[in-house]
Design a protein around this ligand. Structure first.
Ligand SMILES: [Zn+2]
Length: 386
């Protein structure tokens, strides 16, 4: 028993394997509007009346007050925040978070609303790499090409050389749209689904949530990703209010994971599949090509819950399959606090393994470094010589 010995990951730079852009405007019209960045709820009263009472928000205020060296109340913290413009705030926070690389899902928020990834990289003094969100590409191609065959052809061509086009990974939000139980459909079913999509998009911009059509196009993307061994990130579990959390359980991916043709595609289950972390850890334990992302910004959780999901992941998944992320979006606070929380929580969770003689202190520190950066560098081929 070596309880008391600390696993110190404080100086390990992070490779944030999944985050989003930061809004060009960091001006918020009052506290409730700022709090809107810290809830997945679409209910207006949530930000106004309830978000400030979450463990996440209390921790955020206290962490920011320590950073700004001011009183730990929301009003004072917001006043200190407002003294900085977007570039100052983003640069300051992200540099202090010791971020080595940000892998950015450029699909949301819309590119015109956020700092470009090169601006973000300059401010944060880190490397940034984009990831391609599949459903947005599909919607663009559906608007451009008439028949299903032409859309499939165009999608195949667009995904012909993913890395050559500058992307390190693909990302799917099918969990939000029609659920993770992606299956195969006949040509007739896919064609009928396309006709339904055309009817639904006659008046307003198209939102691809037509299961046979979306599943069919995903198979085109999976085939290309497999051929190039490009990782595919799946949103799983916790998400905004339009997700059906039952269909976001990663066990629904079984049909895709079992397909012999796809065994070469690295699959990354995002957001620790919260609350299905054990299910995600199990998949990472039984499928060679499945990885589990541990996201410490969003879901917006209390410290104890982060410790708990980290313990659950470490308890079943190989350390070599775990990846750090923030899922930070819109405001720099989430990218920033996540890096500190991730190092801290992971250190404590690894100490537990040391206490039970599963790891030595040096082994735990090496494991922490793998999860915070090394595994992602290998998986996304980020090393300079690859
Ligand atoms: Zn995300």
């Amino acid at each position: 028993m070596v309880r008391g010995e600390a696993v110190d990951l404080g100086n390990v730079p992070v490779v944030d394997n999944h985050c989003h852009g930061i809004l060009r405007s960091q001006r918020f019209d009052g506290a409730a509007s700022w709090r809107g960045a810290f809830t997945e709820s679409a209910d207006l009263g949530m930000a106004r009346d309830h978000v400030a009472t979450t463990a996440f928000h209390r921790r955020l205020i206290r962490t920011l007050s320590a950073y700004f060296d001011c009183e730990p109340d929301e009003e004072t913290v917001l006043a200190a925040r407002a003294e900085r413009d977007t570039a100052e705030l983003t640069g300051e926070l992200l540099r202090s978070a010791n971020v080595e690389t940000l892998l950015v899902d450029t699909g949301y928020p819309p590119p015109e609303e956020v700092l470009s990834i090169s601006e973000l990289g300059k401010l944060a003094d880190c490397r940034t790499e984009p990831m391609l969100r599949l459903e947005i590409l599909m919607e663009r191609l559906l608007a451009k090409h008439a028949s299903l065959d032409l859309v499939k052809e165009a999608l195949t061509a667009e995904l012909d050389d993913v890395r050559g086009r500058g992307y390190v990974a693909l990302k799917s939000i099918v969990a939000y749209r029609t659920g993770l139980a992606v299956r195969e459909w006949t040509d007739e079913e896919a064609e009928a689904s396309l006709r339904e999509f055309r009817r639904d998009s006659a008046e307003s911009p198209a939102r691809l949530a037509h299961k046979p059509l979306l599943d069919t196009l995903l198979h085109v993307a999976f085939a290309q990703a497999t051929r190039q061994e490009v990782p595919v990130q799946f949103h799983t579990g916790y998400g905004d209010a339009d997700t059906n959390l039952l269909l976001g359980n990663p066990l629904h991916l079984r049909a895709v994971l079992e397909k012999p043709e796809y065994r070469g595609v690295p699959v990354v289950l995002l957001h620790e599949c919260y609350p299905y972390t054990r299910e995600g850890g199990y998949l990472a334990a039984v499928y060679e090509n499945v990885y589990l992302d541990l996201s410490y910004g969003i879901p917006l959780l209390g410290f104890g819950e982060m410790l708990s999901f980290t313990g659950a992941a470490l308890g079943v998944a190989p350390i070599s399959k775990l990846l750090y992320s923030s899922d930070g979006i819109g405001v720099p606070e989430v990218h920033w606090m996540s890096a500190m929380d991730g190092r801290h929580v992971l250190g404590l969770a690894l100490e537990e393994l040391v206490a039970h003689d599963e790891l030595s202190i040096s082994g735990a520190e090496a494991a922490g470094e793998s999860i915070l950066r090394g595994n992602a560098i290998r998986l996304y081929q980020l090393a300079p010589d690859t």
